[in-house]
Design a protein. Structure first.
Length: 380
C-alpha cells in the first residue's frame, strides 16, 4: 500500500514540527571567532500554504531584521541548511523545492524543484549537484544547478512499499550518508532505521556499507560533531518512537554514525530516556577543550526544553535551561559562543539568546511569524 504523505511526520500533528542540525560551522576546531556572528531563521505557517519569512538576528545587540529574504524564497514549511557560503531553504510538503540564497546578501541564486509530492526534507551540495532526501518516492533525488532535471537514486529495497521515507543527507568527502525511516502506511516504523551510503563520484549506492541503526525512526537531521570534541567527525542522528494514541515518546536516542571507508553505527550518544523526550534539534559548542551539545527536547506536549550535555564528562547539566513558560523548538550555537533558540510559545514567540545556562535577552524577539520549524535556524 502506498503511504499518503504530507508533512515530515504526519501522525505527529499534535507535536511541535520536526527537523535537526548539520550546518557548516566557521571552524570545526573552535566554536569561538573574532568576527561577529549572525543568526538567520526561516518560519512558515505550515497549514495555510502562505509564504514564510527569512529574518536575521544580531546575537549581541539583539537587533532583528524581519522578512529580509527574497519573495517566495521561503514556503509554509521550511528547513534551513548553511552549506559552504550559501543558505539552502528546503521547502517541504506544499513547496517541493530547494531555494539557494547568498549567505551574506540573501540574494536569490536559484530555486530548484524536487517534483510534485516529493516532500523534500534535507539537502547536501557537491559542486553543481544537490542531493535531496525525500519523504516520498525513492527517498533520494539529485538536482543539477542550472537545470530543471530531477534524477532519482534508487536505494536498497528494504521497505515493502518501496518508499524508504528518507529524512536527512550529509556529505563527508565523496560519501553521501542518507538516513531513512522505513515507515508503514500508518507512518509507524517497520523496524530500525537505515543509513545508506552513496558514492557521489558515480551516484551509486554502496549496499555493503549500509548501516542498521539500533533504534527506529530517524526524526531529525544529521549533525556533525566538531573535530576537537569527543566523537569528533561523527554524525549525530536523533531517532524517536511514539505511542500512536497518546503521541508520548516510547523509545529512541541520539545515534552515532562514524564516517569511514568502512562506516559504523556504534549506538547511542544519549537515550531519549536520558533526555526526558527526544532531540528535535542538536547544536554543538566546542571551544578551548569544552564541548557542550545543546538539545531542543520536546517532552510532554506542548512543552519543549533546552537541555545541555557535557560531552567530555558524558553528563547532562541539571534540568532545563529555559523557564517553564518558554517552549524551545530550535537551537543553534553561534561561532562567537552565543546560543540562539526559537521559542514557539503560543502568542509569545520568536528568538531568545543564551550565554551558557543563562538567558541574556530580556524578552522574546519576534521575527515576523512563529518559528515553528525545528531546523529553521542557523548562526554563522
Amino acid at each position: 500500500m502506498t503511504k499518503t504523505l504530507s508533512l515530515l511526520v504526519a501522525p505527529l500533528a499534535l507535536l511541535p514540527a520536526l527537523a535537526a542540525c548539520g550546518d557548516n560551522p566557521r571552524s570545526t576546531a573552535d566554536a569561538m571567532s573574532v568576527s561577529p556572528s549572525r543568526a538567520v531563521v526561516v518560519a512558515g505557517d505550515f497549514a495555510d500554504g502562505s509564504p514564510g519569512v527569512l529574518s536575521t538576528l544580531d546575537p549581541v545587540s539583539f537587533a532583528v531584521a524581519q522578512a529580509v529574504g527574497p519573495a517566495m524564497a521561503v514556503g509554509s514549511d521550511p528547513v534551513l541548511r548553511r552549506l559552504g557560503a550559501e543558505l539552502f531553504v528546503i521547502n517541504r510538503a506544499s513547496g517541493n523545492n530547494v531555494t539557494i540564497l547568498d549567505e551574506q546578501t540573501f540574494a536569490l541564486k536559484e530555486q530548484l524543484g524536487t517534483g510534485p509530492g516529493s516532500n523534500p526534507q534535507d539537502a547536501a551540495a557537491n559542486g553543481d549537484k544537490v542531493y535531496v532526501a525525500t519523504l516520498a518516492g525513492t527517498g533520494l533525488s539529485v538536482l543539477t544547478r542550472g537545470s530543471t532535471a530531477v534524477t532519482a537514486i534508487t536505494l536498497p529495497d528494504d521497505d515493502p512499499d518501496h518508499e524508504p521515507n528518507c529524512n536527512s543527507v550529509f556529505l563527508v568527502g565523496p560519501a553521501l550518508y542518507v538516513s531513512c525511516g522505513l515507515l508503514d502506511e500508518n507512518f509507524q516504523p517497520r523496524g530500525p532505521g537505515k543509513v545508506y551510503v552513496v558514492d557521489t563520484a558515480t551516484n551509486t549506492v554502496r549496499p555493503a556499507l549500509t548501516l542498521t541503526l539500533s533504534t527506529p525512526n530517524p526524526i531529525s537531521l544529521f549533525e556533525e560533531v566538531p573535530l576537537a570534541a569527543p566523537h569528533g567527525g561523527e554524525l549525530l542522528l536523533p531517532t524517536a518512537t511514539f505511542d500512536p494514541t497518546t503521541f508520548e515518546v516510547t523509545g529512541g536516542c541520539v545515534e552515532r554514525i562514524v564516517p569511514s571507508t568502512i562506516p559504523s553505527a556504534p549506538g547511542c550518544l544519549v537515550t531519549n530516556t536520558d533526555l526526558g523526550g527526544y532531540a528535535s534539534r542538536a547544536s554543538i559548542q566546542s571551544s578551548a577543550g569544552t564541548a557542550i551539545t545543546f538539545f531542543a527536547v520536546p517532552t510532554v506536549f506542548p512543552s519543549s526544553e533546552l537541555r545541555a550535555y557535557d560531552m567530555p564528562t558524558a553528563a547532562f547539566w541539571a534540568g532545563a535551561l529555559n523557564a517553564p513558560t518558554e517552549t524551545i523548538g530550535d537551537v543553534a550555537v553561534c561561532p562567537t559562543g552565543e546560543i540562539v533558540v526559537a521559542d514557539t510559545t503560543t502568542n509569545l514567540n520568536g528568538l531568545r539568546v543564551y550565554n551558557g545556562a543563562t538567558e541574556v535577552t530580556a524578552a522574546v524577539l519576534p521575527i515576523g511569524k512563529p518559528p515553528k520549524s525545528t531546523h529553521g535556524l542557523v548562526c554563522y
